[in-house]
Design a protein around this ligand. Structure first.
Ligand code: AMP
Ligand code: ZN
Length: 462
């Protein structure tokens, strides 16, 4: 039985899908004005673990993650508030809609590269806010027709007093600063009312609502419903999004449709640096590229994250990453050993049960890793190498650690070996297999093994 802690209600609940055998999930994605940091990546790992768990359990999954590529361009005084504008100014680009697209495309690609380095599966849909204006406008029009939206001189606002359930996700009084997009308008009917549309006669989009930009929250309501329907199973994001962004999403969507929006709301805790949240605005961020430059495997960071439950804050330190990398390397070496002793891999039902119980219990990854290590310790003892190898590979479908790949060995190949590999590639292209074998021996003398696979030459340490 799969159970999750649902922020909506604040309890651990059994997961019951809206349609048997299927799961629809929406994840708040990146604002593509800069590279994502390793804190952001924790929220994408949560999304990935959910998908892997559901697929492992036989569900058909539809995963949607938005790409926030629109900024709201207001007066000079607000420039500092808007992330996309900030990004343009940082890169010395003029603030125009065209440049905003260039910036967004660049960082969308970087985002895809980063998640792929962490072995996060690409969501089925990565909709961009800028390409779903029609849906956002339609939603705002529905709210206007229902008289839940009202117009002020600078924009169209949601009237929170018209929604008796407003704030039901809890924590509404907490401050959420990460998504400040628009300036406070003092003539709002209620302090919690928020902008659905901001007028901008200069750079805004022409629309029947007036020339302007959508507010911050409406894109997630519009795009989740576009791809998953008016009601869907799971919505996720970082803790900071729950009080305002997610309560606003619920309010807009449920007021417009009269139906429940997402059934389960899952929120990850932060990655901290010391005791402070990792955040761009505090200048304490690290990117996956920095980790790689320092010689760490991105998957060691994935391992590090799996070591704490997603609802527990985790403190990043280089020492902790080093320890994770050592454990991760050891696990890979053990798997290699089991593999070399295995002839007919199989899955141990006993260990699978323990692992599944841990992971199905609100994604308890620390406990799942404990089962992994128990298995590794007992291999060749209370379970065969066939089972040890087969079961670890099976668990890796959920953990996503690429345990069976030679990622460490490939990383630091000496120049001389690289040169020989190129020579060998050339020899094989020319069907000079005798020379190819000689080159293989030369490579081996330098301590490396080379195998020919579908992907090309694969290298490992002898
Ligand atoms: P943003 O690009 O700021 O909208 O953030 C993308 C996602 O990362 C959101 O779900 C945030 O809640 C999440 N997030 C931001 N900072 C952190 C952090 N330090 N630790 C974990 N998640 C974070
Ligand atoms: Zn969102």
């Amino acid at each position: 039985m799969i159970k999750f802690h649902n922020t909506l209600g604040g309890k651990v609940e059994e997961f019951v899908p809206l349609t048997p055998g299927k799961v629809g999930m929406y994840h708040c994605g990146p604002t593509v004005y800069d590279q994502v940091h390793i804190g952001n990546l924790r929220s994408f790992i949560l999304a990935d673990l959910l998908r892997r768990l559901f697929e492992y359990s036989g569900y058909k999954v539809q995963q949607v993650m938005n790409i926030t590529d629109l900024g709201h361009l207001v007066s000079d005084g607000d420039v500092g508030e808007d992330k996309m504008t900030k990004g343009l100014l940082r890169e010395g680009l003029e603030v125009t809609s065209e440049n905003m697209k260039v910036l967004a495309d660049k960082y969308t690609e970087k985002f895809k590269e980063d998640i792929s380095k962490l072995n996060i599966l690409l969501p089925h849909h990565l909709p961009k806010a800028s390409e779903h204006l029609k849906q956002q406008i339609e939603l705002i029009k529905t709210l206007q027709e229902k008289e839940i939206a009202y117009t002020l001189e600078d924009g169209i606002y949601f009237d929170t007093s018209k929604d008796p359930d407003y704030g039901k996700l809890g924590g509404i009084h907490e401050d959420s600063s990460s998504r400040v997009r628009v300036t406070e308008n003092t003539s709002k009917r209620n302090p919690k009312d928020f902008a659905l549309w901001k007028f901008d006669s200069k750079l805004g989009f022409e629309s029947e609502l007036g020339k302007g930009f959508p507010g911050w929250h409406i894109e997630c309501s519009a795009m989740s419903m576009e791809y998953l329907g008016e009601s869907f199973d799971i919505h996720t994001g970082g803790m900071d999004l729950a009080p305002i962004h997610h309560n606003n999403e619920i309010a807009q969507s449920e007021s417009a449709t009269g139906k429940p929006f997402a059934t389960y709301w899952l929120h990850n805790e932060f990655v901290n640096m010391g005791d402070k949240k990792m955040a761009k605005s505090d200048g304490n961020i690290l990117t996956i590229s920095t980790l790689i430059e320092k010689g760490y495997s991105p998957l060691a960071y994935r391992y590090f994250l799996l070591g704490s439950h997603y609802r527990t804050p985790t403190s990043f330190s280089w020492e902790a990453l080093e320890a994770s990398e050592n454990a991760y390397k050891r696990l890979k070496l053990l798997l290699k050993l089991f593999k070399s002793n295995a002839t007919n891999p199989s899955v141990s039902e006993k260990y699978k049960k323990e692992f599944t119980e841990a992971i199905e219990n609100d994604l308890n990854t620390p406990e799942a890793l404990a089962v992994v290590w128990k298995l590794a310790k007992n291999a060749g003892d209370d379970l065969s190498y066939d089972e040890a190898y087969g079961t670890l590979l099976d668990f890796d479908k959920v953990l996503g650690l690429k345990l069976d790949e030679n990622e460490f060995e490939v990383k630091d190949i000496p120049e001389q070996v690289k040169f020989l590999l190129e020579e060998r590639l050339e020899a094989r292209k020319n069907k000079d297999f005798a020379r190819s074998d000689v080159l293989r021996n030369n490579i081996q003398e330098l301590g490396y093994d080379v195998k020919d696979t579908e992907k090309g030459q694969e290298i490992s340490v002898v």
